[in-house]
Design a protein around this ligand. Sequence first.
Ligand code: ZN
Length: 51
Amino acid sequence: MARTQTQRKTAVRCADCQSIFTAEIEADGDVFLIGLGDRCDCGGTEFSRFA
Ligand SMILES: [Zn+2]
């Protein structure tokens, strides 16, 4: 599991189930949910970022 040096923690919301997660944003824009990985418990992989 490659990690970059430019991760930053933010809050995201799953587009499918509306759950809120703490996540890290990779340099390339990928979302990595803390404790879950790259997908939600519901299987969703689309997330909306909070400002
Ligand atoms: Zn979800």
